[in-house]
Design a protein around this ligand. Structure first.
Ligand code: T6T
Length: 371
């Protein structure tokens, strides 16, 4: 890989006709986001021609007898946003499986949940020449072309958590990704809002705190929640949906305003970790815990604390570690050239945590890892 960076650096040097550039190849490889965050590097990476790269399957065929095929594989996990306990937990699952199977794993992601920031990370990984790209795409439309570039460069693409296109990689408009491994998010939204409606006594008004339109997961959770509301035949109404751009602070601010405008609000659905965290904070600030019910998507430690303290009523834990682990197994299968074990859709399950089951081993095991 250092050879590749040397090649790119030399190419840039040649283009700039800087005679003294001969020794500027980085001694340590930058991460893709370091490369992407450096304007000069990102430009050179994006414009540098990609060297012909042997696919992992080709390299596996030429693997010497004393080395396993998996030892040859370089996979990258690109998360939706760095530091989110959901993705930290996914990374833990992926790293454990990668170590077990001897896969070299690069983990990277944007500082914000944003396709403009995620795209250069993908382009830098294409230039680096990885074998498999495992990615939580930050937008179901905007990330199609960057991921198609990866596919066209011979990289196997696997979706985790979120999908691109309509997520139907067998018959939908986008079929090049090998698999979509993630929760059934329409069902998740429905479960959340059915429980919320029950906690509200079957009547009243609901407010949805969401991230932003275009993210497959949270769009589908909103849809599932709306289906649950519609199924009440008018007994429950949706007062509003706000978008917080994945910021708990913004979610808290918006929820505070909504609570002031809607004194009789019955319940809030927070469609992801930061949406729910902000909503819960606003409800606590207003002293309305227990009065305004909250269904909390995602299961960080804070959500469990809020559940125990009667601030939230339901915590829906996804299985991010399993998503990461399965993706690495698929990466190895893809690189071996035998894709027969790969399913186009792998729905991972949920653990629905409430005050009755929070101390069970199953619920405890489903809580996300912070750091
Ligand atoms: O809810 C998860 C993830 O499923 C979603 O795509 C984005 O938000 C989270 O990472 C939680 O913050």
């Amino acid at each position: 890989m250092n050879q590749r960076w040397s090649f790119i650096a030399l190419l840039v040097c040649a283009m700039l006709a800087l005679a003294a550039c001969g020794n500027t190849a980085p001694t340590a490889e930058p991460t893709a986001s370091e490369a992407a965050n450096s304007e000069a590097t990102a430009t050179s990476v994006a414009s540098a021609p990609t060297e012909p790269t042997a696919t992992a399957a080709e390299r596996a065929i030429s693997t010497p007898a004393d080395g396993g095929a998996a030892a040859q594989i370089t996979a990258a996990l690109v998360v939706g946003v760095k530091g989110d306990p959901f993705y930290v937990t996914m990374e833990r699952g992926a790293r454990a499986k990668a170590e077990e199977l001897g896969v070299e794993l690069i983990v990277d992601g944007p500082a914000q949940f944003n396709p403009v920031q995620q795209t250069p990370i993908v382009d830098a990984l294409i230039a680096r020449g990885i074998d498999v790209l495992i990615i939580a795409a930050t937008d179901k439309q905007a990330m199609i072309e960057p991921l198609r570039r990866a596919h066209d460069a011979g990289i196997s693409v696997i979706s985790v958590d979120t999908f691109i296109g309509d997520g139907d990689y067998a018959n939908g408009p986008v079929t090049f990704p090998l698999s979509y491994i993630g929760s059934d998010n329409v069902e998740g939204g429905r479960i959340a809002c059915e429980a919320l409606i029950e906690a509200m006594g079957g009547a009243g008004s609901i407010y949805i705190q969401n991230v932003k339109p275009g993210i497959s997961t949270t769009d589908q959770r909103e849809q599932g929640c709306k289906e649950a509301i519609e199924a009440t035949g008018g007994a429950v109404t949706l007062v509003a949906t706000d978008y917080n751009d994945d910021s708990a602070a913004k979610a808290a601010e918006q929820t505070t305003g909504l609570l002031q405008r809607t004194p009789d609000l019955g319940g809030i659905f927070g469609t992801n970790l930061f949406s729910a965290e902000g909503a819960a904070q606003a409800v606590k600030n207003a002293g309305l815990q227990g009065t305004v019910k909250i269904a909390n998507f995602d299961a960080p430690e804070q959500a469990i604390k809020d559940l125990r303290e009667n601030v939230v009523d339901l915590v829906i834990a996804q299985q991010p570690a399993e998503m990461g682990s399965t993706a690495i197994e698929y990466a190895v299968a893809a690189a071996s050239g035998d894709t027969s074990s790969i399913q186009k859709r792998v729905p991972t399950g949920y653990v629905v945590i409430d005050r009755d089951n929070v101390d069970t081993p199953e619920a405890q095991a489903a809580i996300y890892t912070g750091e």
